[in-house]
Design a protein around this ligand. Sequence first.
Ligand code: PEP
Ligand code: MN
Length: 360
Amino acid sequence: MGKDVIKAWGFPVDRVFLAAGPCSAESELQVLETARALAGKGVGFFRAGIWKPRTRPGSFEGVGLKGLGWMDRARSETGLKIGTEVADPSHVEACLEYGLDVLWVGARTTTNPFSVQAIADALRGTDVPVFVKNPMSADIGLWIGAIERLANAGVTKLGAIHRGVSSSLEMRYRNAPAWKMPIELMRRMPEVPIICDPSHICGKADLVPTIAQEAMDLLFDGLMVEVHPNPPAALSDASQQLTPERFFSMVGQLQLPHEQSDSAVFMNRMSALREAVDELDSKMLELLGSRMEIVEEMGRLKTQQNVSTLQPHRWQAILEDRVRKGLALELSEDFVLQVMQSIHEEAIRRQEADRVDGAG
Ligand code: PEP
Ligand code: MN
C-alpha cells in the first residue's frame, strides 16, 4: 500500500495522506495563519508554492526565496512538514539549504525532459522525497519518464500526483480528470505511491469534494489540496482554494473504501458477475476480430478499384447511427464516440498496412 510507503518516509498518515496549504506563499502572516489552522490534525505536509509557473506573464509569480524562510518558521512553530514545487536546479538547491521535507515537480516541468533531468541531477546524493505531477497533456510516457529520470539519479522516495490534464473539450473542470492515466500509472508502477490534487482538476472550490471522493474510490493514497485562510483574496488560484474549515469538513466526510471484502455473499455474487463480464468480453473480442476481417476484405476491394481508405460520408453515417443506437442502450455519446473512433483508427491502420504490403 502506498500509504505505508509514505508513512515509512516519516510523514504523518491518518486515514489518508494529506498535503494541504495555499497555492502560493503570499506573506509571512498568511503562511503562518494557514499552517496554524492545519497543524495537529493529521496533515502529512504543508504545501505552498514559492516560485509559481504561470501560463502568461504578468500574473503573480511567487515570492521566491523569502517564502522558504516563512515556511521554515511555520514548520518550527507548528511541527508540520513542509514542501514546495521545484522547477530548476536553483530551486532544488535553495530547498535543500532550507531542509524542505518534500519537493514536487509541477505539471509544466514534467512536460520537459531537459528540465526534469536538470532537477534530477541537482538531487543526486540527497534523500528528500519527491512527488512528480503528471504532465499537462495526457502523455503517460512523460510522467513515467520523469519518475525514471529521478530514480536513475538515485532519488529513492518517489511519489506521483495526479492533477488532471488540460483540455479544451472538458468545460466542467479546469483540467479533465482523465482517470485512465493514473490508473495506468498504478498498473505500470505499483510501487509508486500516488495522490490526487483535486484543486487543480476542479478549478472551483465547490467541485473539490466530489473529485476528492472519486480519488478515494479509485484507491489513491492521498490528496494534495489547496487551502487558504481567505480564498477570495488569494493571489493565485483564488477560485479553487478551500478554507481550512471546509478542508477538514471535506476530509471528515471522505468515505474510504477497502480494496477487498471478505464477506462470502459479496465474493460469491462478485465472482458470478465477473464470470458474466469475462464471457461478454470474450464475445466482444471475437466480434471485433470478425469485424476487422471484413474491414480487410473491404480494404482489398478499395485497393483494386483505387478507392480511398477514408470514406468521410460513410464514416459520418456510422457515427450518427452508432451514437443513436448507443443512446437507446443508455451508452453516453462520448463513450460511443471513443469506442467507434478506436475501432475506425484500427480499421484504417489495417487497410493501409494491406495496401503497403500489396504494393511491396
Ligand atoms: C500547484 O500545485 O500550485 C501547481 C502549480 O500545480 P500544477 O503544476 O499541477 O499546475
Ligand atoms: Mn495552484
